[in-house]
Ligand binder design. Structure first.
Ligand code: XIL
Length: 384
């Protein structure tokens, strides 16, 4: 079944969605996408978002474009924006020497976007976690600075004019590292000092003047002391950038959420934080939204409903802030999710053999309750 809206609607929040859907359609008929009726209108995440002036998108991988046609078709249908899950990361593109990068897979994604009139996000120019090995062996600061500048000029320059927004520095904050300013003491800070941020954002602005420049960070929606420290440090960084004229346009909230585990997501804290960002004159993008079902019972209905509920609660809070202009899920179908693949942070995900179900569509590309939750949150969001 393709997210056919049940009638009568059993859950009050879904009823709100239905009412909104009916208003949009103006016909009193809400039909699933698989319906044959010519009068039936399909609800998609892209259209539900666009009705409110929001941009909805997903990650995609080059191998999915070339090797999974049904999935690529679903992306074309549902998304208004795509972002490379890995193909634009420095370490992933690099062939082992400064300036020597393979643009093939990244071009596949950029061309998929332009060929289908999809907006393209850039992820990312610098991430401590995906820095080529040779960078650590560079002899001195001059060589390190040259490598960073060359990389940004080359990557952002290649797609100049085609990128909506760039995550210039990914995950710059880590209060646990103990600096008073809360900056992460990883590779770029260690080699270039905190000025690396200014250098990176200016270089990106020059390389692609029309791209919105984003600071992308994780866990800032959580209710825990260390995440409050992360919020404070990020605001401090943004205030400093605004004061000193470092070009920054938006904040990316990754939002990798957990339905059951870890510190809870806090709607009041998130609302306050988003308002603080908006007060700095910045826009906000939800950049990597997904919801793990780790430590939930194996029962699929239970899991799907809890995951959907987490999407709904998060988006209801986030979308109330008018500065939020974009929502990107970190994948579209459980068929292709880093959580299901368990390629990183494995220990965190489900400990039984059940496949995780973190995204709006299942592995067979059928819509799940998470789809209804996301489309419903878009329908309920204030107009941009
Ligand atoms: C993840 C990808 O989804 C995985 O395929 C890869 O193995 C590791 O990176 N925060 C980010 C993303 O900014 O780049 C990460 O993507 C997920 C966490």
């Amino acid at each position: 079944m393709r997210h056919m809206l049940p009638w009568p609607m059993p859950v009050p929040s879904r009823r709100r969605f239905l009412a909104a859907g009916l208003a949009v359609l103006g016909t009193g008929a809400v039909a699933s996408r698989s319906s044959r009726s010519p009068a039936a209108e399909t609800i998609t995440l892209r259209k539900s978002a666009a009705q409110k002036g929001l941009l909805y998108g997903t990650t995609i991988a080059a191998a999915q474009i070339t090797g999974d046609r049904p999935f690529a078709d679903l992306v074309r249908q549902e998304a208004g924006l795509v972002v490379a899950e890995n193909e634009m990361k420095w370490q992933v593109m690099n062939r082992g020497a400064p300036g020597n990068d393979d643009y093939g897979p990244a071009d596949t994604i950029a061309n998929f976007a332009s060929g289908n009139k999809l907006v393209l996000r850039g992820h990312n120019l610098l991430w401590y976690h995906r820095t080529p090995g040779w960078y650590f062996d560079l002899p001195d600061r001059t060589a390190q600075e040259r490598a960073v500048v060359q990389h940004i000029q080359q990557l952002a320059g290649r797609y100049r004019g085609r990128i909506h927004s760039w995550d210039v520095v990914n995950e710059p904050i880590e209060p646990k590292d103990g600096r008073p300013d809360g900056l992460r003491t990883a590779v770029f800070l260690e080699t270039l000092g905190p000025e690396y941020l200014d250098l990176a954002y200016h270089t990106a602005r020059n390389a692609d003047p029309n791209a919105r420049l984003v600071v992308n960070e994780y866990d800032v929606e959580l209710d825990a002391p260390e995440q409050e420290a992360r919020r404070v440090a990020l605001l401090h960084l943004l205030e400093g950038m605004r004061r000193s004229g470092t070009p920054v346009d938006a904040v990316g909230i990754q939002a990798h959420l957990a339905a059951a585990d870890g510190p809870p997501f806090s709607a009041p804290l998130l609302r306050r934080f988003l308002a603080d960002i908006a007060n700095l004159g910045l826009t906000i993008q939800i950049t990597e939204l997904d919801v793990t079902d780790e430590n939930l019972p194996a029962d699929v209905t239970v899991r799907d409903n809890r995951v959907a509920d987490t999407y709904r609660r998060f988006l209801d809070a986030a979308l109330d802030e008018p500065a939020v202009k974009m929502v990107v899920t970190w994948g579209l179908s459980d068929r292709h999710s880093w959580i299901v693949r368990r390629e990183t942070y494995q220990a965190k995900w489900r400990s039984d053999d059940a496949a995780s179900r973190p995204l709006p569509f299942d592995a067979d590309l059928e819509a799940k309750p998470a789809f209804d939750a996301i489309a419903g949150a878009f329908a309920n969001a204030p107009q941009r």
